[in-house]
Design a protein around this ligand. Structure first.
Ligand code: ATP
Ligand code: MN
Ligand code: MN
Length: 301
């Protein structure tokens, strides 16, 4: 039985060869969650998470003193991760090389947790083909007061519009407020082409349904609406990875869902790290094994 310190099953607090120090440290008083419990969660979900996370430049949300203290978004390797986490050097738009972290193994993942990581975010392109996205994401961001039924209906509406263009898409509840509509891509298009498509699609949807959507990131434009955040589809942009924990109340989890189950969900955060066993069983199910996979290219438009 897992106790609140994360020590019950694992008295030496070692996961995949990584020793977790201060396992009793409370990192989320709302759950409450300890660093040890988070490590146990990631140790359990390592395989499904790495299916998305591996071979991808990552950014980390690190909260060394817990989510209610200072957290920071780490994009670059500051040299503190040692040789347990891989690196990739990528030129920025001005040609300057920058080092990014790449998390390819359970040991590497748990090293990030030991370093105070709560969330793992990834680029939309693989490390070995960095200029060609393997997915496009429409991140639905509801304004305060938009209820979740409206958000999930909006996600289905995007799914149907994408399907009309021959694109299969998948839903992920973010563990926060919204839903990510994820469109796998075969890597034939480069970043400018994917960004252009995502932008035009978001504009077209919001012009057709201006009461419900906006494609304009300015807060003033979002009143009572859902912002279709298409800016996840720029070179260098990141999105939270499937099965990542969130530095949010209850230590919720970003979770892939089937379209038919989304229809009856009441919130974007139905799972927390306490649901590790459920999430692992779900991830191994036939439907969710196929989640996020489709060999498809952007249509000519
Ligand atoms: P929600 O459903 O609550 O919107 P979300 O994960 O979609 O959850 P957003 O705020 O919409 O959250 O998206 C933030 C995105 O911006 C993340 O996917 C993250 O990868 C990216 N990002 C870029 N810079 C930062 C930063 N400094 N802090 C946090 N996120 C950042
Ligand atoms: Mn969002
Ligand atoms: Mn967003």
């Amino acid at each position: 039985v897992q106790d609140e310190t994360g020590g019950g099953e694992n008295p030496d607090n070692s996961y995949h060869g990584v020793t977790i120090t201060h396992p009793e440290r409370v990192i989320d008083p709302t759950a409450p969650t300890t660093k040890g419990a988070l490590a146990a969660y990631y140790a359990k979900l390592a395989d499904p998470l790495l299916a998305w996370l591996a071979n991808r430049p990552v950014s980390l949300v690190r909260c060394p003193q817990g989510r209610e203290k200072q957290c920071f978004f780490q994009k670059h390797d500051g040299g503190s991760f040692g040789d347990r986490v891989d690196r990739i050097s990528i030129p920025d738009t001005k040609g300057k090389q920058e080092d990014y972290l790449v998390v390819n193994t359970p040991e590497s993942l748990l090293t990030c947790v030991q370093m105070g990581t709560i969330e793992l975010h990834g680029w939309g392109s693989p490390a070995d083909d960095i200029e060609h996205p393997d997915r496009m994401i429409f991140d639905l961001d509801p304004d305060e007061g938009v209820d979740f039924a409206t958000v999930r209906n909006a996600a289905v509406q995007l799914r149907d519009l994408l399907a009309e263009m021959g694109l299969q898409s998948f839903a992920m509840v973010s563990g926060g407020k919204g839903v990510h509509v994820v469109v796998p891509l075969d890597g034939s298009a480069d970043w400018p082409a994917v960004k252009d498509f995502a932008s035009r699609f978001a504009q077209a949807v919001s012009s057709a349904h201006p009461d419900r959507f906006t494609a304009n990131m300015r807060k003033a434009q979002r009143k009572g609406k859902i912002f279709i955040d298409w800016l996840r589809n720029e070179r260098g942009a990141t999105a939270v990875m499937p099965y990542s924990a969130r530095a949010r109340p209850r230590t919720s989890v970003a979770a892939p869902v089937e379209w038919n189950e989304l229809a009856s969900m009441e919130t974007a955060a139905p799972f927390t790290i306490k649901d590790a066993d459920t999430l692992l069983t779900r991830a191994k199910s036939k439907a969710l094994k196929a989640w996020g996979k489709a060999d498809q290219a952007l249509p000519d438009t």
